[in-house]
Design a protein around this ligand. Structure first.
Ligand code: F3S
Length: 81
């Protein structure tokens, strides 16, 4: 299993993640990214068919703010807007 969340403290709102993984990442009104699956909690398993997108976003983020783990993250929930 894979889990993902965005480290919001290091995201610079560069906007590279949504174009490569539109089902996984979007931006709040301030332009910073969050994981769509669970409002950035990082506790919802990434569906198998989105793993490739996840890896693209992970590799493409200039600040390594896209986090991946094979165990759930602890809560860093943000409000989607
Ligand atoms: Fe932020 Fe990285 Fe996406 S800097 S906007 S998480 S590509």
């Amino acid at each position: 299993a894979q889990f993902t969340m965005v480290e919001r403290s290091t995201c610079i709102a560069c906007g590279a993640c949504n174009p490569v993984a539109p089902d996984l990442f979007d931006y709040t009104a301030d332009g910073f990214a969050y994981a769509l699956l669970d409002d950035n909690e990082g506790t919802t398993e990434v569906p198998e068919d989105l793993i490739e997108d996840l890896e693209d976003a992970f590799e493409g983020c200039p600040t390594n703010s896209i986090k991946m783990s094979d165990t759930p993250f602890s809560c860093q929930k943000v409000e989607a807007s």
